[in-house]
Design a protein around this ligand. Structure first.
Ligand SMILES: Nc1ncnc2c1ncn2[C@@H]1O[C@H](COP(=O)(O)OP(=O)(O)OP(=O)(O)O)[C@@H](O)[C@H]1O
Ligand SMILES: [Mg+2]
Length: 249
């Protein structure tokens, strides 16, 4: 079962006089795949942290399946996960970390936890790397292991923050294929700077730059898909289309 997300008039800043997200409203239906784009510092990662309940909104509301965050069963793959390559931990142990909240008082994972972690590894197509040291994996494989880790809590919502940012194009394609294969039964929100790579997979594109505007993939012009933010993102989609009729690009 996937979840729906409803954000209404959300405002937030880290410091009292500096608003980072201003009056953001959007909704995502259960099972949809939403791309989140926008310039550096626009507030994309901040928005995901608000959805996770790691930050408290100044104003407005967030509902995930009619419940305010923190909501159980929301998986998260953070931006630029830092990891000591020499730390001796296997791929399976990294995935098991996603079930840490289930740990017994003795700090041991149950058989059920191991099975869930193995299922998550299979879902990202990396069962064969189960006992490999995490530090020996390629960037793309490591990123897919981190996705499996986020699947460990059996989420109905998956939030991914630039999961392909440090990978080459072939690894990126494998990661996107993995994410796409997870879409059934899950609502997915993915921050990316590579809009053209996800355009054919997503049902909506949320442009975040202080505020937020939802676009339909068919309304995204070629320049935009290439990451050239040449129009103010905060024009309404209707204005945006009119603008393009007047000034075809
Ligand atoms: N913990 C923090 N404390 C204070 N300011 C912060 C904090 N985290 C982020 N910011 C500021 O909030 C703004 C939005 O940051 P955020 O990380 O959400 O942007 P982003 O859209 O994810 O950018 P990028 O594309 O570079 O990842 C930036 O100006 C950033 O400096
Ligand atoms: Mg970010």
């Amino acid at each position: 079962m996937s979840s729906s997300i409803k954000v209404e008039n959300l405002s937030f800043g880290y410091h009292p006089k500096e608003c980072i997200l201003n009056d953001v409203s959007f909704s995502v239906a259960a099972g949809q795949f939403l791309g989140i784009i926008g310039p550096n510092g626009g507030g994309k990662s901040t928005l995901l942290k608000l959805l996770l309940g790691l930050l408290e909104p100044w104003k407005g509301s967030i509902l995930i399946n009619n419940t305010p965050p923190p909501t159980p069963r929301v998986g998260y793959v953070p931006q630029a996960f830092q990891f000591d390559k020499y730390f001796p931990i296997t791929a399976l142990e990294v995935v098991l970390g996603g079930r840490a909240r289930n740990l017994s008082w003795a700090g041991r994972y149950s058989k059920e936890d191991r099975e869930a972690a193995q299922t998550a590894l299979a879902r990202v197509g990396l069962s064969h790397l189960e006992s490999h040291p995490f530090g020996s994996l390629s960037g793309g494989q490591a990123q897919r292991i981190l996705i499996a880790r986020a699947l460990g809590s059996e989420p109905t919502v998956l939030l991914l923050d630039e999961p392909t940012s440090s990978t080459d194009p072939s690894a990126e394609a494998a990661i996107l294929e993995t994410i796409h294969s997870l879409q059934e039964g899950m609502t997915i929100l993915m921050v990316t700077h590579n809009l053209s790579a996800i355009l054919s997979h997503v049902e909506g594109i949320l442009c975040v730059q202080g505020g937020a505007v939802m676009l339909h993939p068919k309304d995204v012009c070629e320049h935009f898909a290439l990451g050239l933010y040449h129009i103010p993102l905060l024009e309404t989609p209707k204005d945006h289309l009119t603008h393009h009729k007047k000034n075809p690009s």
